[in-house]
Ligand binder design. Structure first.
Ligand SMILES: [Zn+2]
Length: 187
């Protein structure tokens, strides 16, 4: 099992293209959306949810949740949740803190399951589909991994277009993060 994850959306064009790719391949992924982006294209969230994809919070304003005051963090997360509820009717149980930065306070107080990643494609750095694809293909095993990408770059979409069918050909089942935690890690 592999969980592909996409941060920083929703993006009007790229999120739609990623969803098209997943749909064509009967696959799912997890989208950690920024609250501040949701009102630009809430229909992407509704579509993702209807396809069996998972939506997680990536906060509202992409601040550093390890250094912000608790009061500000909770207000930020609530603002994000309101956007999710508006778009889909529910608020997410998962939170991926921006930059993967969190502390014990966030673990205790956020009311959400904190998720980071186990494989970082550094897609934001290369902005190159082949670099991303070659890196993933070079890894010994992807079983049980949570792969970090972003839904705001065309290069990440092109990498996804190649990686989804390739992963399936290798025998991997693409699952959401919650499915991975439940079925692979038995959490
Ligand atoms: Zn981010």
């Amino acid at each position: 099992m592999v969980a592909l994850t996409f941060d920083d959306g929703p993006h009007e064009i790229y999120t739609a293209e990623i969803l098209d790719i997943l749909e064509e391949n009967h696959a799912v992924a997890t989208f950690f959306e920024l609250g501040s982006n949701i009102s630009k294209c809430p229909e992407q969230l509704a579509r993702a949810a209807s396809m069996g994809c998972e939506l997680g919070s990536h906060s509202y304003s992409h601040g550093n949740l390890a250094t912000m005051d608790l009061e500000d963090i909770l207000a930020d997360l609530e603002a994000a949740d309101r956007e999710f509820v508006h778009a889909t009717g529910t608020s997410p149980s998962l939170l991926r803190p921006p930059g993967g930065q969190y502390n014990q306070q966030l673990l205790r107080e956020s009311g959400k399951t904190i998720v980071t990643w186990t494989i970082d494609t550094r897609d934001w750095e290369s902005r190159d589909a082949q670099t991303i694809v070659e890196y993933i293909k070079s890894l010994d095993t992807l079983d049980g991994q949570i792969v970090l990408m972003h839904s705001i770059y065309g290069s990440s979409v092109e990498a996804t277009r190649e990686l989804v069918p390739w992963l399936q050909e290798q025998g991997y089942q693409l699952v959401t993060v919650s499915e991975l935690l439940t079925n692979y890690y038995k959490k």
